[in-house]
Each structure stands twice: as C-alpha cells, then as structure tokens.
Design a protein around this ligand. Structure first.
Ligand code: NAD
Length: 485
C-alpha cells in the first residue's frame, strides 16, 4: 500500500508558515533527495521572542478552567485523527519511515493527546495534616511555566506530542524545536493542529533550527523546564547548560539495548522479535535491540533464523513502494553506521549478512561472534545492524546485559516466565519486556531510561505530573499566630 499523495489540509498553513527570520532551510526527502519545502530557519533572537510571547500567554492559560483546557485537547485529538494519513505521509517523506512505523507513530501521537486531555481533570494536590492548630495546609502542583521542548528527527510527531500535549494540559506554554530535518512532521503539524483546536495565541511557539537554536532555548530566562529528547552527547551538553542555570531538565537519551535469548526460548519467536527490534525503521530508534545476547547452545540456530529474516527484507522508497526498510536518514549517518560495521569486522566480528549499501539504503546486517570491545557492541549504532554474542550461564547473561553505560530497555526470551522475571529483576534498564520485542511504548506508561539513557525523568502516564509541574506548599490561617519577636 502506498500513502496518499495529496497533502491538502496542511498546505494552506505551510504556504504562509515562517517559523523564523534566519537563513533559508531546505527540507528534503532522504529516499529520493526530492525538495519538499524551504522555510526561513529560526535564530536565537527568534527564540527569545517566542519564549517571551509564551511566558506572557501562560498565566491566563493556567487559570483557564480545566474543562476548557480538556476541551481544546480533545478537539486537537479529533483534528489530529482526521488528518493522520496526511501527517503520516509527511513523516514518511521527511524521515524515511515505512508504513508500519508511520501508522504506529500516528496512532501513538493521537493516544498522547487523548491521554493528555484527561490530565486537567485529575486531582492536583492533597490536603495535609499539620502540626499547627487552626491552619489549613495543602500541597499542590503548579505549572512550571514555559516548557522548552527539543526533539529529534526519528519520531518527530510522537516525541513532540508526548511533551506538547501534557505540558499544555497541565497549564504550561511550550516552545517546541524539532530537528531541522523534520520541520513539518515535528513542527508545522503541531502549530496547525493546535491553532485549529482553538489554543489561545502565544501558548505554542515553534522554532526550527539546529544546536544553536536549541541552546538558545535551554538558556532562555523565560524557559523554566527543558524537555530534551535526543542523543546522549547533546543531552550531556543540554544538562550542563541547564544545570549551570539551576533549571529543571528532562533528558530522554540514547540506548544500546540488550535482547537476551535463553536456551529454552521459542527461537522462531525470538528471532522474529529480534529482527523487528533491530531492523524496523532501519534501526533508527532509541529502543532498538543493539546487543543480542544469546545462549551458546542455541546461538547458531538463532543467527540462522535472524539471517533468513534479514535476507527477505525489501528496501526502497517507503512512500511510493511496498517495502519493509527505507533509507538511512542522511549520508553522514550512513557513513557512521557503515564505519561501525567495518571496524567491528576488522576487529574480529563475523559478517553473516548485509554490511553493504546503495545510496542511503543499508542492507539489514547480522554480525556474529561480536566481542564486548567491538564498536558494534559498545556504540549506539542507530542503523539496521544486529550484533550477536553468546553466554553460558544466567549470571553471564546479566553481566553482559548490564555492561553498558546505557539503560533504556531490555527484552528477554524464555519459555519460563518466572525465570524471565527473575532475570528482569537484575537488569539495569528503565523498561524490560519478557517474551516481547524492545520496541514498546504506551502513552499511559512513564517512558524513559537509566544511566546514560537519561537523567531519571520520564514522559507519560503519572510521570507527566512530575515532569510538567512543580510542588507548592500553601498554608492559610484565620488568626495569625503570635511570635516571640
Ligand atoms: P541529536 O541529539 O543530534 O538531536 C536531537 C535534537 O537536539 C535536535 O532537535 C537537535 O537540533 C538538538 N540539539 C543538538 N545539539 C544540541 C545542543 N547542543 N543544544 C540543544 N539542542 C541540541 O539526536 P538525533 O540524532 O536527532 O536523534 C537520535 C538520538 O536520539 C539517538 O541517540 C536516540 O537514541 C535518541 N532518542 C532518544 C529517545 C528517548 O526517548 N530516550 C527517543 C528518540 C530518540
């Protein structure tokens, strides 16, 4: 099936869309290198203006009734739903996503807004016992103010929506900066949907640009919370800048995720999940399976099954052809992926399948006998590569799984769910799945990682209150107390 070519609802908005006053920024389709649109990029001065406008609009929004905030979010969900095919087409064209990935992302972004619409009506504090007679004591959650949202190119719609929707629902304003490779899927869609939904002016500001624009958001005095999703390297820089300013910061970063296959696993099911977890969307997802840790007794059969699946995958333009893998997002990233594969093979890893490319299309690659000092093992590859190593005891499997600075997600395949759970209890990761792939998320779940995968913050579900509000203690007395001074 090929996506509809028409892009009708967004077109009038895009014709007048000027997200900045800077240099022209060209939006291109990685699969074909076709030009999609050119827009003026934002500058640090544009960020300052956007953040000031957001800060000016936020207090009235925080005082808007919970019914009205929920109504606007529900309306945004309906508008999103009505145009999701068109939005999906932009996601495919800007990122090279295949249909299944695009549909998942569109549905997930929709679920994020729906879920956010329930937040305004939740209780937002507690009445507290107090040691002081005649005093009313309450703790309540108040909006942080202006949220600076910085998102990567790889799932621009859902990663933006998981910040924008709950942040707005809880009474904040937002300055959103998508990656410059996805200005429409990560930026324009949000502006158009929320404007149509009736969000008051000023509350959602979209700026488009690179690291300089991102840093301007992080350091802007009107921005109270930085909600960053991206690489660990950029996240460290963002964390340092925000820390110096004593600013609240939520960092959702990279991963190098363990996929553990025990000797009693259903191997066909494990290989299917392993292949999907490593190759879906060309491996360009934070929760891709980056390290296959397989019991020595079944490793040969597992690698054979993984290889058979890799061989069958069709590559091509995901927007116009019926394919299972699209392009790597750009030439720099492709060179990085290939460099990791070639250096790993030179260091002793066995290239079983793939390791070749044409244009931006990299063949799904299986590497066996990978050692723990190999770049394919230590680095987040962000490409369609499945590195496999072996273990003999459960202790060895756990040691291998935990031997990474990252801790985003892990998966364990075994016919014994109690053994799977026992192993899960020993793995350092923010999310663990027994008998399922690593690519899992739901809007109601606090999503995030440990170690170098983040700073312990989460997006989603109950965590939205922790992330997008601050605690405030308020006491009230009818009669002022007397003091010794
Ligand atoms: P990236 O870090 O290069 O860019 C992410 C965003 O940060 C972009 O908008 C970019 O312009 C901006 N940016 C870059 N440097 C910045 C700086 N110094 N200050 C402020 N902003 C800056 O990441 P990418 O290559 O676009 O995305 C891939 C990475 O994102 C991978 O590491 C992936 O694992 C990670 N990721 C994590 C999650 C998660 O939830 N944990 C989800 C998706 C992607």
């Amino acid at each position: 099936m090929v996506a509809p070519v028409s892009t009708t609802w967004l077109d009038p908005f895009l014709e007048g869309w000027r997200p900045g006053t800077g240099d022209p920024l060209e939006d291109r389709e990685p699969a074909t290198d076709l030009h999609l649109l050119t827009i003026p990029a934002s500058t640090p001065d544009d960020v300052a203006r956007a953040a000031a406008a957001a800060a000016a609009a936020q207090p009235a929004w925080a005082e808007t009734s919970y019914q009205e905030r929920a109504r606007i979010l529900r309306r945004a969900a309906d508008i999103y739903d009505a145009h999701r095919e068109e939005f999906g087409a932009w996601t495919m064209r800007e990122t090279g996503a295949v249909h299944s990935k695009m549909h998942h992302e569109q549905n997930f972004a929709y679920q994020e807004v729906l879920n956010a619409a329930t937040l305004p009506s939740q209780p937002y504090g507690s009445l507290m016992p107090t040691a002081q007679k005649g005093r009313l004591s309450m703790v309540r959650r108040v909006p942080v103010g202006v949220v600076g949202a910085i998102t990567p190119w790889n799932s621009p719609t859902v990663l933006g929506m998981r910040v924008v929707a709950p942040a707005l629902a809880l009474g904040n304003a937002v300055v959103l900066k998508p990656d410059p490779q996805t200005p429409v899927a990560g930026g324009a869609i949000f502006a158009a949907v929320f404007a149509e939904a009736g969000l008051p002016d000023g509350l959602l500001q979209i700026v488009v640009g690179g690291a300089d624009v991102g840093e301007a958001i992080v350091t802007d005095p009107n921005v109270s919370l930085v909600a960053f999703t991206g690489s660990t390297a950029a996240g460290r820089r963002v964390g340092q800048l925000a820390g110096g300013l004593l600013k609240k910061v939520s960092l959702e970063l990279g991963g190098n995720n363990a996929f553990v296959v025990l000797e009693d696993a259903d191997l066909e099911a494990a290989a299917s999940a392993g292949a999907f977890s490593s190759f879906q969307f060309q491996g360009q997802v934070c929760f891709a399976a980056g390290r296959h840790i397989v019991h020595r007794r079944v490793a040969g059969a597992y690698v054979d099954a993984l290889t058979a699946k890799a061989k069958r995958l069709r590559l091509g333009d995901p927007y116009r052809e019926d394919v299972q893998l699209g392009p790597i997002v750009n030439a720099k990233q492709l060179a990085r992926v290939d460099g990791i594969v070639q250096r790993s093979v030179a260091g002793g890893a066995r290239l079983v399948e793939g390791g070749t490319y044409e244009g931006l299309f990299y063949r799904p690659t299986v590497l066996a006998d990978v050692t723990t000092d190999s770049p394919a093992w230590t680095d987040e590859i962000f490409g369609p590569v499945a590195p496999v190593t072996t273990f003999e005891t459960d202790d060895e499997a756990i040691a291998l799984a935990n031997a990474s600075e990252y801790g985003l997600v892990a998966a364990i395949y075994t016919r014994s769910t109690s053994r799977g759970l026992a192993l899960a209890n020993r793995i350092k990761a923010g999310m663990i799945h027994v008998n399922d792939g690593t690519l899992n998320d739901e809007a109601i779940i606090p999503f995030g990682g440990m170690g170098a995968s983040g700073n312990g913050s989460r997006f989603g579900g109950e965590a939205n209150f922790d992330t997008f509000t601050e605690w405030q203690w308020v006491t009230v007395r009818d009669e002022p107390p007397s003091f010794p001074f």
